[in-house]
Design a protein around this ligand. Structure first.
Ligand code: FAD
Ligand code: DHB
Length: 408
Protein backbone atom coordinates (compact mmCIF):
# COMPACT_ATOMS: atom_id res chain seq x y z
CA UNK A 1 0.00 0.00 0.00
CA UNK A 2 1.31 3.48 -0.89
CA UNK A 3 0.20 7.00 -0.01
CA UNK A 4 1.57 10.51 0.35
CA UNK A 5 0.84 10.89 4.07
CA UNK A 6 0.52 7.91 6.40
CA UNK A 7 -1.49 8.93 9.45
CA UNK A 8 -1.33 6.80 12.59
CA UNK A 9 -4.40 7.21 14.82
CA UNK A 10 -8.01 8.26 14.22
CA UNK A 11 -8.49 10.54 17.21
CA UNK A 12 -9.30 14.20 16.57
CA UNK A 13 -5.75 14.91 15.31
CA UNK A 14 -5.57 12.09 12.75
CA UNK A 15 -9.13 12.49 11.50
CA UNK A 16 -8.90 16.24 11.08
CA UNK A 17 -5.53 15.95 9.37
CA UNK A 18 -6.96 13.48 6.84
CA UNK A 19 -9.77 15.94 6.12
CA UNK A 20 -7.44 18.95 5.76
CA UNK A 21 -5.21 17.00 3.36
CA UNK A 22 -8.20 15.70 1.37
CA UNK A 23 -9.42 19.28 0.89
CA UNK A 24 -5.92 20.28 -0.26
CA UNK A 25 -5.86 17.44 -2.80
CA UNK A 26 -3.21 15.44 -0.90
CA UNK A 27 -3.91 11.74 -0.39
CA UNK A 28 -3.51 9.96 2.92
CA UNK A 29 -4.27 6.68 4.67
CA UNK A 30 -5.39 6.57 8.32
CA UNK A 31 -4.53 3.54 10.46
CA UNK A 32 -6.50 3.13 13.70
CA UNK A 33 -5.88 0.29 16.12
CA UNK A 34 -9.37 0.32 17.68
CA UNK A 35 -12.77 -0.30 16.10
CA UNK A 36 -15.09 2.48 15.00
CA UNK A 37 -17.52 2.15 17.93
CA UNK A 38 -14.70 2.48 20.44
CA UNK A 39 -13.33 5.64 18.83
CA UNK A 40 -16.81 7.17 18.63
CA UNK A 41 -17.80 6.42 22.24
CA UNK A 42 -14.61 7.25 24.15
CA UNK A 43 -15.61 10.07 26.57
CA UNK A 44 -13.02 12.80 26.67
CA UNK A 45 -12.89 16.53 26.04
CA UNK A 46 -15.93 18.75 25.72
CA UNK A 47 -14.84 22.31 25.00
CA UNK A 48 -13.84 23.68 21.60
CA UNK A 49 -11.93 26.93 21.32
CA UNK A 50 -13.12 29.50 18.82
CA UNK A 51 -10.19 28.62 16.53
CA UNK A 52 -11.12 24.92 16.59
CA UNK A 53 -14.73 25.73 15.74
CA UNK A 54 -13.53 27.92 12.85
CA UNK A 55 -11.32 25.10 11.50
CA UNK A 56 -14.06 22.47 11.74
CA UNK A 57 -16.44 24.77 9.85
CA UNK A 58 -13.80 25.57 7.23
CA UNK A 59 -13.19 21.87 6.47
CA UNK A 60 -16.92 21.19 6.12
CA UNK A 61 -17.31 19.38 9.46
CA UNK A 62 -19.28 22.10 11.26
CA UNK A 63 -22.86 21.41 10.25
CA UNK A 64 -23.98 19.33 13.26
CA UNK A 65 -21.67 21.27 15.60
CA UNK A 66 -23.46 24.48 14.60
CA UNK A 67 -26.82 22.83 15.25
CA UNK A 68 -26.07 20.98 18.47
CA UNK A 69 -23.09 22.74 20.01
CA UNK A 70 -23.64 25.41 22.59
CA UNK A 71 -21.77 28.70 22.47
CA UNK A 72 -20.48 29.75 25.89
CA UNK A 73 -19.53 33.34 26.55
CA UNK A 74 -18.08 32.78 29.99
CA UNK A 75 -17.24 30.53 32.91
CA UNK A 76 -17.86 30.87 36.61
CA UNK A 77 -15.08 30.67 39.18
CA UNK A 78 -16.24 29.55 42.59
CA UNK A 79 -14.20 29.81 45.78
CA UNK A 80 -14.87 30.55 49.44
CA UNK A 81 -18.59 30.11 48.65
CA UNK A 82 -18.39 33.12 46.29
CA UNK A 83 -19.07 33.25 42.56
CA UNK A 84 -17.26 35.24 39.91
CA UNK A 85 -18.19 35.19 36.22
CA UNK A 86 -15.49 35.69 33.56
CA UNK A 87 -17.02 37.29 30.47
CA UNK A 88 -14.99 36.08 27.46
CA UNK A 89 -16.27 38.30 24.62
CA UNK A 90 -16.01 41.45 26.74
CA UNK A 91 -12.39 40.65 27.65
CA UNK A 92 -11.10 39.23 24.37
CA UNK A 93 -12.74 41.32 21.67
CA UNK A 94 -15.58 38.88 21.04
CA UNK A 95 -14.10 35.41 21.49
CA UNK A 96 -16.08 32.53 23.00
CA UNK A 97 -15.93 28.70 23.26
CA UNK A 98 -18.34 25.96 22.19
CA UNK A 99 -19.53 22.97 24.18
CA UNK A 100 -19.46 20.05 21.74
CA UNK A 101 -17.99 16.73 22.78
CA UNK A 102 -14.89 15.13 21.29
CA UNK A 103 -16.98 12.01 20.60
CA UNK A 104 -19.20 14.09 18.31
CA UNK A 105 -16.26 15.76 16.54
CA UNK A 106 -14.86 12.28 15.84
CA UNK A 107 -18.21 10.94 14.60
CA UNK A 108 -18.61 13.88 12.20
CA UNK A 109 -15.06 13.53 10.84
CA UNK A 110 -15.31 9.74 10.49
CA UNK A 111 -18.58 10.06 8.55
CA UNK A 112 -16.99 12.58 6.16
CA UNK A 113 -13.85 10.50 5.72
CA UNK A 114 -15.78 7.33 4.92
CA UNK A 115 -18.04 9.20 2.51
CA UNK A 116 -15.47 11.10 0.49
CA UNK A 117 -11.96 10.79 1.99
CA UNK A 118 -9.12 8.35 1.56
CA UNK A 119 -8.83 4.98 3.29
CA UNK A 120 -9.51 4.89 7.04
CA UNK A 121 -8.69 1.44 8.38
CA UNK A 122 -10.07 0.46 11.78
CA UNK A 123 -8.50 -2.37 13.75
CA UNK A 124 -5.25 -1.61 11.94
CA UNK A 125 -2.52 -1.36 14.54
CA UNK A 126 0.71 0.40 13.64
CA UNK A 127 3.63 -1.64 14.91
CA UNK A 128 6.53 0.61 13.97
CA UNK A 129 7.59 3.55 11.82
CA UNK A 130 10.57 2.64 9.66
CA UNK A 131 13.00 4.81 7.69
CA UNK A 132 11.81 8.07 9.26
CA UNK A 133 15.15 9.68 8.35
CA UNK A 134 14.93 8.62 4.68
CA UNK A 135 12.87 9.98 1.75
CA UNK A 136 10.54 7.00 1.91
CA UNK A 137 9.36 6.30 5.45
CA UNK A 138 6.89 3.50 6.03
CA UNK A 139 4.55 2.18 8.69
CA UNK A 140 4.46 -1.50 9.49
CA UNK A 141 0.97 -2.44 10.67
CA UNK A 142 -1.26 -5.40 11.42
CA UNK A 143 -4.70 -5.62 9.80
CA UNK A 144 -7.09 -8.56 9.48
CA UNK A 145 -4.49 -10.92 10.88
CA UNK A 146 -1.77 -9.91 8.39
CA UNK A 147 1.29 -7.73 8.70
CA UNK A 148 1.45 -5.06 5.99
CA UNK A 149 3.59 -2.09 4.99
CA UNK A 150 2.26 1.39 4.27
CA UNK A 151 4.83 3.24 2.18
CA UNK A 152 4.64 7.01 2.45
CA UNK A 153 6.30 10.31 1.63
CA UNK A 154 5.54 11.50 5.15
CA UNK A 155 4.28 9.86 8.33
CA UNK A 156 2.31 11.77 10.97
CA UNK A 157 2.04 10.14 14.38
CA UNK A 158 -1.39 11.12 15.75
CA UNK A 159 -1.46 8.02 17.93
CA UNK A 160 -1.95 9.61 21.33
CA UNK A 161 0.03 9.31 24.51
CA UNK A 162 0.65 5.54 24.28
CA UNK A 163 1.37 5.40 20.54
CA UNK A 164 4.32 3.91 18.68
CA UNK A 165 5.30 6.84 16.43
CA UNK A 166 7.42 8.71 18.94
CA UNK A 167 9.44 5.58 19.66
CA UNK A 168 10.91 5.93 16.15
CA UNK A 169 12.77 9.08 17.21
CA UNK A 170 16.21 8.19 18.61
CA UNK A 171 16.30 8.80 22.36
CA UNK A 172 19.52 10.81 22.10
CA UNK A 173 17.75 13.37 19.88
CA UNK A 174 14.72 13.87 22.13
CA UNK A 175 14.06 15.76 25.31
CA UNK A 176 11.12 15.02 27.52
CA UNK A 177 9.65 17.57 29.94
CA UNK A 178 7.23 16.06 32.39
CA UNK A 179 5.26 16.62 35.54
CA UNK A 180 2.76 14.40 37.29
CA UNK A 181 0.17 15.55 39.81
CA UNK A 182 -0.82 13.70 42.98
CA UNK A 183 -4.50 13.73 41.98
CA UNK A 184 -6.85 12.85 39.14
CA UNK A 185 -10.40 13.62 38.01
CA UNK A 186 -13.36 11.40 38.70
CA UNK A 187 -15.69 12.27 35.80
CA UNK A 188 -19.38 11.42 35.61
CA UNK A 189 -22.15 11.79 33.05
CA UNK A 190 -25.55 12.22 34.66
CA UNK A 191 -28.97 12.25 33.10
CA UNK A 192 -30.04 15.60 34.52
CA UNK A 193 -29.95 19.09 32.97
CA UNK A 194 -26.89 21.09 34.10
CA UNK A 195 -27.54 23.15 37.22
CA UNK A 196 -25.90 26.21 35.68
CA UNK A 197 -25.92 27.51 32.12
CA UNK A 198 -22.12 27.96 32.01
CA UNK A 199 -19.19 25.87 33.25
CA UNK A 200 -18.34 26.24 36.92
CA UNK A 201 -14.73 25.78 38.11
CA UNK A 202 -14.74 25.42 41.89
CA UNK A 203 -11.80 25.67 44.30
CA UNK A 204 -12.59 24.13 47.70
CA UNK A 205 -10.53 23.03 50.70
CA UNK A 206 -11.69 19.46 49.95
CA UNK A 207 -10.49 19.75 46.35
CA UNK A 208 -11.50 20.94 42.89
CA UNK A 209 -14.87 20.36 41.22
CA UNK A 210 -16.08 21.18 37.72
CA UNK A 211 -19.57 21.44 36.34
CA UNK A 212 -19.85 20.95 32.59
CA UNK A 213 -22.39 19.57 30.16
CA UNK A 214 -22.97 17.57 26.98
CA UNK A 215 -25.51 17.91 24.22
CA UNK A 216 -28.08 15.09 24.43
CA UNK A 217 -26.35 12.73 21.99
CA UNK A 218 -28.72 9.86 22.61
CA UNK A 219 -31.69 11.92 21.46
CA UNK A 220 -30.44 13.78 18.40
CA UNK A 221 -32.42 16.75 17.44
CA UNK A 222 -33.97 16.28 14.01
CA UNK A 223 -34.19 20.04 13.45
CA UNK A 224 -32.31 21.30 10.40
CA UNK A 225 -32.11 24.90 11.49
CA UNK A 226 -28.77 26.29 12.60
CA UNK A 227 -29.60 27.05 16.22
CA UNK A 228 -28.23 25.71 19.47
CA UNK A 229 -30.26 23.27 21.47
CA UNK A 230 -31.72 24.69 24.71
CA UNK A 231 -29.65 24.10 27.82
CA UNK A 232 -32.49 22.12 29.43
CA UNK A 233 -31.97 19.35 26.89
CA UNK A 234 -28.30 18.90 27.87
CA UNK A 235 -27.01 16.27 30.29
CA UNK A 236 -24.57 17.04 33.12
CA UNK A 237 -20.85 16.29 32.95
CA UNK A 238 -19.21 16.74 36.34
CA UNK A 239 -15.72 16.19 37.69
CA UNK A 240 -14.25 15.82 41.19
CA UNK A 241 -10.59 16.01 42.16
CA UNK A 242 -9.69 12.63 43.68
CA UNK A 243 -6.40 11.22 44.97
CA UNK A 244 -4.03 9.78 42.36
CA UNK A 245 -4.75 6.10 41.70
CA UNK A 246 -8.41 6.24 42.76
CA UNK A 247 -10.66 3.54 41.29
CA UNK A 248 -13.97 5.05 40.08
CA UNK A 249 -15.89 2.15 41.58
CA UNK A 250 -14.72 3.19 45.07
CA UNK A 251 -17.20 6.05 44.81
CA UNK A 252 -20.90 5.38 45.27
CA UNK A 253 -23.37 7.59 43.39
CA UNK A 254 -24.78 9.19 46.53
CA UNK A 255 -21.26 9.88 47.79
CA UNK A 256 -20.35 11.61 44.50
CA UNK A 257 -23.39 13.90 44.62
CA UNK A 258 -22.79 14.73 48.28
CA UNK A 259 -19.18 15.65 47.59
CA UNK A 260 -20.07 17.71 44.52
CA UNK A 261 -22.67 19.56 46.55
CA UNK A 262 -20.13 20.41 49.25
CA UNK A 263 -17.54 21.70 46.80
CA UNK A 264 -20.02 23.80 44.77
CA UNK A 265 -21.75 25.30 47.81
CA UNK A 266 -22.34 29.07 47.66
CA UNK A 267 -23.51 31.61 50.17
CA UNK A 268 -26.46 32.54 47.93
CA UNK A 269 -28.15 29.13 48.11
CA UNK A 270 -27.30 27.81 44.61
CA UNK A 271 -28.60 24.25 44.18
CA UNK A 272 -27.08 21.27 42.41
CA UNK A 273 -29.67 19.06 40.71
CA UNK A 274 -29.04 15.31 40.98
CA UNK A 275 -29.91 12.58 38.50
CA UNK A 276 -28.96 9.03 37.50
CA UNK A 277 -25.21 8.64 36.87
CA UNK A 278 -24.75 6.90 33.52
CA UNK A 279 -20.93 6.84 33.31
CA UNK A 280 -18.05 7.06 35.75
CA UNK A 281 -14.28 7.08 35.13
CA UNK A 282 -11.02 8.46 36.49
CA UNK A 283 -8.53 10.47 34.40
CA UNK A 284 -4.95 10.84 35.64
CA UNK A 285 -3.33 14.26 35.34
CA UNK A 286 -0.04 14.82 33.61
CA UNK A 287 1.96 17.54 31.86
CA UNK A 288 4.28 16.13 29.18
CA UNK A 289 6.14 17.54 26.17
CA UNK A 290 8.47 15.66 23.88
CA UNK A 291 10.80 17.82 21.80
CA UNK A 292 11.32 18.04 18.90
CA UNK A 293 8.01 17.11 17.31
CA UNK A 294 9.71 16.04 14.09
CA UNK A 295 12.40 13.59 13.03
CA UNK A 296 13.16 13.47 9.30
CA UNK A 297 9.85 12.74 7.58
CA UNK A 298 8.07 11.68 10.76
CA UNK A 299 5.96 14.36 12.46
CA UNK A 300 4.20 14.05 15.83
CA UNK A 301 0.85 15.74 16.45
CA UNK A 302 -1.54 16.02 19.41
CA UNK A 303 -1.21 13.80 22.47
CA UNK A 304 1.55 11.81 20.72
CA UNK A 305 3.82 14.78 21.43
CA UNK A 306 2.30 16.53 24.44
CA UNK A 307 -0.20 16.11 27.26
CA UNK A 308 -1.78 18.79 29.40
CA UNK A 309 -3.76 18.29 32.58
CA UNK A 310 -7.42 18.72 31.59
CA UNK A 311 -8.13 21.90 33.64
CA UNK A 312 -8.92 24.47 30.99
CA UNK A 313 -9.70 21.94 28.24
CA UNK A 314 -6.67 22.48 26.02
CA UNK A 315 -5.80 18.92 24.87
CA UNK A 316 -8.05 18.56 21.87
CA UNK A 317 -7.54 22.15 20.80
CA UNK A 318 -3.78 21.74 20.80
CA UNK A 319 -4.09 18.65 18.64
CA UNK A 320 -6.09 20.72 16.14
CA UNK A 321 -3.40 23.41 16.09
CA UNK A 322 -0.68 20.87 15.29
CA UNK A 323 -2.43 19.27 12.34
CA UNK A 324 -3.47 22.62 10.88
CA UNK A 325 0.20 23.65 11.05
CA UNK A 326 1.30 20.42 9.36
CA UNK A 327 -1.33 20.61 6.61
CA UNK A 328 -0.41 24.22 5.85
CA UNK A 329 3.28 23.37 5.75
CA UNK A 330 2.85 20.40 3.43
CA UNK A 331 0.49 22.30 1.13
CA UNK A 332 3.08 25.08 0.93
CA UNK A 333 5.77 22.55 0.12
CA UNK A 334 3.66 20.97 -2.63
CA UNK A 335 2.76 24.33 -4.13
CA UNK A 336 6.15 26.06 -3.95
CA UNK A 337 8.66 23.25 -3.55
CA UNK A 338 9.93 24.93 -0.37
CA UNK A 339 10.26 22.85 2.80
CA UNK A 340 10.62 26.01 4.89
CA UNK A 341 7.34 25.57 6.80
CA UNK A 342 7.85 21.82 7.27
CA UNK A 343 11.28 22.55 8.68
CA UNK A 344 9.72 25.06 11.08
CA UNK A 345 6.91 22.65 12.12
CA UNK A 346 8.25 21.63 15.51
CA UNK A 347 9.25 25.13 16.53
CA UNK A 348 5.95 26.62 15.34
CA UNK A 349 3.86 24.06 17.22
CA UNK A 350 5.95 24.16 20.38
CA UNK A 351 5.44 27.90 20.85
CA UNK A 352 1.70 27.31 21.15
CA UNK A 353 2.13 24.03 23.04
CA UNK A 354 4.15 25.70 25.79
CA UNK A 355 1.60 28.49 26.15
CA UNK A 356 -1.08 25.84 26.62
CA UNK A 357 1.15 23.91 29.04
CA UNK A 358 1.62 27.08 31.06
CA UNK A 359 -2.09 27.91 31.02
CA UNK A 360 -3.15 24.37 31.98
CA UNK A 361 -0.57 24.26 34.77
CA UNK A 362 -1.71 27.66 36.08
CA UNK A 363 -5.38 26.61 36.02
CA UNK A 364 -4.56 23.30 37.69
CA UNK A 365 -2.52 24.81 40.49
CA UNK A 366 -5.01 27.66 40.91
CA UNK A 367 -7.92 25.34 41.55
CA UNK A 368 -6.69 21.99 42.91
CA UNK A 369 -5.65 21.30 46.46
CA UNK A 370 -2.42 19.33 46.72
CA UNK A 371 -2.53 16.69 49.48
CA UNK A 372 0.42 18.41 51.18
CA UNK A 373 -0.82 21.99 50.67
CA UNK A 374 0.18 24.33 53.48
CA UNK A 375 -2.08 27.06 54.91
CA UNK A 376 0.22 29.58 53.21
CA UNK A 377 -0.41 27.99 49.82
CA UNK A 378 -4.16 27.90 50.48
CA UNK A 379 -4.13 31.64 51.13
CA UNK A 380 -2.07 32.24 47.98
CA UNK A 381 -4.62 30.33 45.90
CA UNK A 382 -7.41 32.47 47.28
CA UNK A 383 -5.36 35.60 46.63
CA UNK A 384 -4.81 34.53 43.02
CA UNK A 385 -8.56 34.00 42.61
CA UNK A 386 -9.33 37.35 44.24
CA UNK A 387 -6.87 38.98 41.87
CA UNK A 388 -8.68 37.52 38.85
CA UNK A 389 -12.01 38.66 40.28
CA UNK A 390 -10.82 42.20 40.90
CA UNK A 391 -8.33 43.03 38.15
CA UNK A 392 -9.36 43.31 34.53
CA UNK A 393 -5.77 42.60 33.48
CA UNK A 394 -5.65 39.32 35.43
CA UNK A 395 -9.10 38.34 34.23
CA UNK A 396 -8.18 39.12 30.62
CA UNK A 397 -5.15 36.86 30.88
CA UNK A 398 -7.40 33.97 31.93
CA UNK A 399 -10.00 34.74 29.24
CA UNK A 400 -7.36 34.90 26.49
CA UNK A 401 -5.86 31.60 27.57
CA UNK A 402 -9.20 29.87 27.90
CA UNK A 403 -10.57 30.96 24.53
CA UNK A 404 -7.30 29.96 22.91
CA UNK A 405 -3.95 31.09 21.63
CA UNK A 406 -3.97 32.00 17.94
CA UNK A 407 -2.30 29.82 15.35
CA UNK A 408 0.79 31.45 13.86
P1 FAD B 1 -6.18 10.57 20.81
O1 FAD B 1 -7.55 11.12 20.89
O2 FAD B 1 -5.63 9.83 21.97
O3 FAD B 1 -6.15 9.63 19.54
C1 FAD B 1 -5.10 8.75 19.27
C2 FAD B 1 -5.65 7.60 18.45
O4 FAD B 1 -4.57 6.77 18.04
C3 FAD B 1 -6.61 6.72 19.23
O5 FAD B 1 -7.80 6.54 18.51
C4 FAD B 1 -5.83 5.43 19.42
O6 FAD B 1 -6.68 4.31 19.49
C5 FAD B 1 -4.96 5.42 18.19
N1 FAD B 1 -3.73 4.63 18.31
C6 FAD B 1 -2.90 4.53 19.37
N2 FAD B 1 -1.87 3.73 19.11
C7 FAD B 1 -2.05 3.29 17.84
C8 FAD B 1 -1.33 2.41 16.99
N3 FAD B 1 -0.21 1.81 17.41
N4 FAD B 1 -1.79 2.17 15.75
C9 FAD B 1 -2.93 2.77 15.31
N5 FAD B 1 -3.66 3.60 16.07
C10 FAD B 1 -3.22 3.87 17.32
N6 FAD B 1 -8.96 17.00 27.10
C11 FAD B 1 -9.75 17.99 27.44
O7 FAD B 1 -9.55 19.06 26.89
N7 FAD B 1 -10.76 17.81 28.37
C12 FAD B 1 -11.01 16.58 28.94
O8 FAD B 1 -11.91 16.42 29.74
C13 FAD B 1 -10.18 15.51 28.61
N8 FAD B 1 -10.37 14.30 29.13
C14 FAD B 1 -9.51 13.28 28.77
C15 FAD B 1 -9.68 12.00 29.32
C16 FAD B 1 -8.80 10.96 28.98
C17 FAD B 1 -8.99 9.59 29.60
C18 FAD B 1 -7.75 11.21 28.08
C19 FAD B 1 -6.77 10.10 27.72
C20 FAD B 1 -7.61 12.48 27.52
C21 FAD B 1 -8.49 13.51 27.86
N9 FAD B 1 -8.35 14.79 27.31
C22 FAD B 1 -9.17 15.79 27.66
C23 FAD B 1 -7.38 15.09 26.31
C24 FAD B 1 -7.94 15.05 24.91
O9 FAD B 1 -8.97 14.11 24.84
C25 FAD B 1 -6.80 14.72 24.00
O10 FAD B 1 -5.88 15.79 24.07
C26 FAD B 1 -7.21 14.47 22.56
O11 FAD B 1 -7.91 13.26 22.47
C27 FAD B 1 -5.96 14.43 21.67
O12 FAD B 1 -6.30 13.94 20.42
P2 FAD B 1 -5.28 13.04 19.62
O13 FAD B 1 -5.96 12.78 18.33
O14 FAD B 1 -3.95 13.65 19.64
O15 FAD B 1 -5.13 11.71 20.46
C1 DHB C 1 -14.63 19.63 30.19
C2 DHB C 1 -13.35 19.19 30.38
C3 DHB C 1 -12.40 20.07 30.79
O1 DHB C 1 -11.14 19.66 30.96
C4 DHB C 1 -12.69 21.39 31.06
O2 DHB C 1 -11.73 22.21 31.50
C5 DHB C 1 -13.97 21.83 30.85
C6 DHB C 1 -14.94 20.93 30.41
C7 DHB C 1 -15.66 18.68 29.74
O3 DHB C 1 -15.34 17.49 29.58
O4 DHB C 1 -16.80 19.09 29.56
Amino acid sequence: MRTTVGIIGAGPAGLLLARLLHNAGIDSVVLESRDRAYVEQRQRAGILEQGTVDVLRAVGAGERMDREGLRHDGIELRYAKKRHRVDFPALTGGRSVTVYAQTEVCKDLIALQLKEGGPLLFEAEALAVEGADTDSPSVRFRHEGREELLECDYVVGCDGSWGVARKAIPAELTRVFERTYPFGWLGILADVPPSHDELVYARHDRGFALLSMRPPVSRHHPSKEVASLPIESFVSRLYLQVPEGTDAEEWGDQEIWDELERRFETEDGWRLERGPITQKSVTPMRSYVQEPMRYGRLFLAGDAAHIVPPTGAKGLNLAVGDVVTFARALTYQQETGSAELLDAYSETCLRRVWQAERFSYDMTTLLHRAPDATPFEDRLQLARLERIASSRAAETDLAEGYTGFPLD
